[in-house]
Design a protein around this ligand. Structure first.
Ligand SMILES: *Cc1c(COP(=O)(O)O)cnc(C)c1O
Length: 365
């Protein structure tokens, strides 16, 4: 059978490996996963309670208006219902946005090393990709590239802070940059880790309401998969001017977020204690990763997220990640991004000490 030509140059997203699968494959009792930037403190207590309460509602379709979660998110961000769309992960909102805007005649702009799904969805639409030479976000270079290809570029992705590098633009610089972008070009601000960045440094905080009131071409994305600890349930959202959200809605299938996910997300917003603990644990433990890098002479970028990226010169990241896997530690090899680097999610104190123990042995060998 022949398939559409665009499939030929599409590669799949490389997901983090699964704990149970690895335990079985390597015959290991304990497997530690520091690969997908999930919350190491687990599922929030309020979420567990809610899931139990609604366990017997799995036979019902969810409320397609998603009114309960929508009203909570509207209150949190000070926005209107019409300025919000909820997806099965913010991934799905990225998909809607790309499909709404890109086609074989136009192009998008992103930095060299950023979230892989932007390019995957954009290629499905046949759009051309412009990438900065710099690994992370260099807005001066973005401006040059945008101005050189202004007629073509109809979408720009800013990941603030950036996955998989961890660096973060200042909110002020983001806003100054958007000012030079034409109204017909959508600027996607992926704020998947912005809660972490804001906690560390107020200048990194992006205010969704302010952004969308100032710019009607901005799509702000948030997710419940990282800080909120709901990666397994798939909930994310997009905030934008009403006319932009209306376009995305045309691409949404009914019941795109399941009933337990909707209820869990409502509960996750309310478990303030869990959220505070998660942020504290992250940055206390992050210090240990910085110290480990210094002790072992590893290059790293200062991170504003819940992961840290180590770069290697002589050692090979694929080899290192395979050795870690055999010891029952899953981390993310950045080979597929063309980097000789590893991205490690900040875990609990125990998980991190296990990582340091094994990794220092591997580095010696
Ligand atoms: C994790 C992540 C997302 C979205 O995750 P979902 O689970 O689909 O909500 C989006 N962008 C970045 C940069 C991410 O790291």
């Amino acid at each position: 059978m022949q398939f559409n030509e665009f499939l030929n140059n599409l590669s799949n997203y490389e997901p983090g490996k699964d704990i149970e699968v690895i335990a079985k494959e390597y015959k290991l009792k304990e497997v530690i996963k520091l690969a997908s930037n999930e919350n190491p403190l687990g599922t929030a207590p309020k979420v567990i309670q809610t899931l139990k309460t609604y366990a017997d509602k799995a036979h019902l379709y969810p409320d397609d208006s998603m009114s309960e979660l929508k009203s909570k998110l509207c209150a949190k961000f000070g926005i209107k219902d019409k300025e919000l769309i909820i997806g099965a992960g913010s991934d799905q909102v990225i998909e809607f946005a790309v499909h709404a805007k890109l086609n074989p005649k136009n192009a998008f702009l992103q930095c060299k090393a950023t979230f892989a799904m932007y390019e995957i969805y954009a290629k499905q639409c046949g759009a051309k990709c412009y990438k900065s030479k710099s690994l992370g976000h260099d807005l001066k270079e973005f401006k040059e590239l945008y101005e050189a290809h202004k007629d073509e570029i109809k979408m720009i992705f800013l990941c603030v802070p950036n996955n998989p590098l961890g660096e973060c633009l200042n909110a002020h610089d983001v806003k100054e940059f958007i000012k030079i972008v034409d109204e017909d070009c959508m600027v996607v601000i992926d704020a998947a880790y912005n809660e972490f960045a804001s906690y560390k440094d107020k200048e990194k905080h992006l205010e969704a309401k302010e952004l969308i009131s100032q710019f009607n071409n901005v799509l702000y994305l948030g997710t419940f998969s990282k800080l909120y600890g709901l990666g397994g349930l798939r909930v994310g959202y997009g905030i934008a001017d009403e006319h932009l959200i209306k376009a995305l809605y045309k691409l949404r299938a009914p019941f795109n977020v399941n009933i337990l996910a909707l209820k869990a997300a409502c509960a996750a917003l309310e478990d303030i204690e869990f959220l505070t603990q998660s942020l504290k644990n992250n940055f206390t433990q992050m210090t240990k990763y910085e110290e480990f890098a210094q002790t072992h002479n590893l290059e790293f970028i200062l991170s504003y997220t819940n992961f840290i990226t180590y770069f290697f010169n002589e050692k090979n990241s694929t080899d290192l990640s395979e050795k870690l896997l055999k010891k029952g530690i899953i981390i993310r090899n950045l080979k597929s991004y063309g980097l000789n680097a590893l991205r490690i999610t900040i875990g609990t104190a125990y998980e991190n000490s296990r990582f340091f123990e094994e990794f220092s042995q591997i580095l010696k060998g």
